[in-house]
Design a protein. Structure first.
Length: 586
């Protein structure tokens, strides 16, 4: 690796130095470095080295973090000097104060061409969201690579309660094409939030809030961009169209279209937090962990394989029940409120399918195999395959035949309790919502491999994809808010920017939500990345070799993702294995 030498200086200004952590990331034309702590305790300047190959250094990102137990002291940074591996010295002027958790991005004063900020890959993402949240192509992009990529499905037939006509959407389709033709070609997609239908909103300042159950139609246009082309913000009580529920179109007034998109985002954020995130990663994995602890002894190979993937789940879920579902938690701030959120999760659990938890099957069932620029799918499928190969090798090492699986009473006790307490009891009718597809008992080695692959993928990659984008995408309230204070418009042409601002949450409500999202997405010093097993549970050389191969495959994928992201205006980093925790810890 090439070595870059850095020096952060204060210019000798009085009280300008700091003992706190100064974290630096270098960004170049071929990628970015890992975040490096210039940790030499220099009071007036700090030095350090970064070992990376990034080529053509463009930008230096600087973050200030507090040091444990020490009082905060601000840093006045005059400049950062970087000496490249070729011996060239580059100056990055700063001349500003940095407080704890501040982030600044510095551009070098030397260079023949000015580089626009949108072309620097790791630009502060919230700045990007606030600039582009109105853009329909960025709006559509988020259905694929934003906080909730679990919603849309390919649409071959419009729902009967979504009366979109040919005349409405023809201006937004390819010239000469029709809606029917585009559906046949597989270019029409649907986001249907019928799961919210009939759930009342909370009481807010003496009035009951409306929680719509909207529908959004999207079109993959000839430029291969996913664009919203029709939105209906339906009444959540019945989710039926009426004269008071017009279909909004991109050709409507700017504020009408923005309001319609904001109500879709509100529904998406509610179902993201309650279903995709809390229920389908945190709470469902708690049942897997509890059953493991109750049924499988610590010397069992499956226990030793899985225990590090359940490392903090009981602790973090106890906190989630207090912080998220408590009387002053973030769900109390949402349009649904705590009671409505619990009702929503109960309803969604009764409709859960095993295939929706198995990543490749979920992608296929939604008809999303070929849609372009779907990085959540591309990276997720590769991670699923890597995990599956590792689990197959591990399980196959300890179970040489299906008969050995059938006879393992402890393994059978684990899956039976999961089936009974997590899946079977979720149906008030007492019927298994998974039919024959979810095992009540394990009959084959492959059933064990598939289930454990799903478990590890859910607590690591799926949680990372759902949790880690939250602060980036949802801190800027117009791009996604749990709370909307006004009902959706009942007619076109009556909205204004004043209407939009009155609909969004207040500044105080936004700050509280942003604070929760910040906590949920922070990196922790004691995190363990996917593929790492710091607690030595196995001593068999063959098993250790399997772990090393697992780590090597994840490392190779991480390098591929970084190389791809270096070419993207909006990098997708959330399924980079170097950013994925092995277990749910936040």
């Amino acid at each position: 690796m090439a070595e870059y030498k850095l020096e952060v200086t204060t210019g000798g200004r009085e009280c300008a130095g700091t003992f706190d952590h100064i974290l630096v990331t270098l960004l170049g034309s071929e990628g970015q470095s890992e975040r490096t702590d210039l940790d030499n305790w220099g009071i007036d300047f700090k030095t350090g080295t970064v070992s990376e190959t990034i080529r053509n250094l463009l930008l230096v990102k600087v973050e200030k973090r507090p040091r444990f137990l020490l009082p905060e002291n601000d840093l006045f940074c005059t400049k950062i000097t970087v000496t490249t591996p070729e011996g060239e010295t580059l100056l990055f002027p700063c001349y500003r104060w940095l407080s704890n958790h501040d982030i600044v991005e510095l551009r070098g004063g030397k260079g023949p061409v000015y580089i626009p900020i949108e072309n620097i890959r790791a630009v502060s993402f919230i700045v990007y969201v606030s600039d582009h949240w109105k853009d329909d192509d960025f709006y559509g992009y988020q259905f694929l690579n934003g906080v909730n990529p679990c919603l849309i499905k390919r649409c071959s037939e419009l729902p009967p309660n979504f009366p979109v006509t040919e005349e409405m959407v023809k201006p937004f389709l390819e010239n000469g094409s029709t809606l029917d033709n585009e559906m046949k070609k597989g270019n029409i997609f649907l986001c249907d939030q019928k799961v919210l239908s009939g759930i009342p909103g909370k009481i807010y300042h003496g009035e009951k809030l409306q929680v719509p159950a909207p529908l959004c139609l999207l079109y993959l246009n000839p430029e291969q961009k996913l664009m919203p082309i029709a939105i209906q913000v339906l009444d959540s009580v019945h989710q039926q169209p009426s004269e008071d529920n017009p279909i909004f179109l991109p050709s409507d007034s700017e504020t009408d279209w923005l309001l319609a998109k904001i109500f879709i985002k509100n529904a998406n954020m509610i179902t993201h937090q309650a279903i995709s995130h809390l229920k389908n990663t945190h709470l469902i994995s708690e049942s897997w962990a509890m059953s493991l602890l109750r049924n499988v002894p610590v010397i069992h190979p499956i226990y030793k394989l899985l225990i590090s993937h359940f490392r903090w789940i009981l602790h973090i879920n106890a906190q989630a029940r207090e912080i998220l579902l408590g009387p002053k938690g973030s769900f109390a701030l949402s349009s649904l409120g705590v009671d409505g959120t619990i009702e929503l999760m109960t309803r969604a659990q009764s409709e859960l399918t095993y295939s929706s938890l198995c990543f490749p099957e979920d992608i296929r069932s939604r008809g999303l195999e070929s849609i372009p620029d779907f990085y959540y799918r591309d990276d997720g499928l590769k991670i699923w395959d890597i995990i599956h190969r590792f689990v197959k090798a591990m399980v196959g090492h300890f179970y040489r035949s299906d008969n050995e699986v059938v006879k393992d009473s402890e393994l059978q006790g684990w899956i039976h309790e999961i089936f009974t307490r997590c899946f079977l009891e979720s149906k008030s009718s007492g019927m298994n919502p998974f039919g024959d597809r979810c095992p009540e008992t394990f009959k084959t080695v492959e059933e064990v491999v598939k289930f454990i692959t799903m478990v590890i993928f859910t607590v690591s990659a799926q949680h990372a994809a759902i949790n880690n984008p939250e602060f980036d995408y949802q801190t800027f309230a117009p791009n996604g808010s749990l709370l909307l204070r006004k009902p959706s418009p009942t007619a076109k042409g009556q909205s204004s920017m004043k209407t939009l601002l009155e609909t969004l949450p207040t500044v105080g409500e936004t700050v509280i939500t942003a604070t929760v999202l910040f906590v949920l997405t922070q990196d922790y010093s004691d995190s363990v990345l996917l593929g790492s097993y710091p607690e030595e549970q196995f001593q068999e050389p063959e098993v250790k070799m399997m772990m090393m191969k697992f780590q090597a495959e994840l490392s190779s994928l991480s390098a591929d993702i970084k190389a791809r992201n270096a070419k993207l205006v909006v990098p997708y980093t959330y399924l980079d294995p170097s950013q994925i925790d092995a277990s749910i810890i936040k």
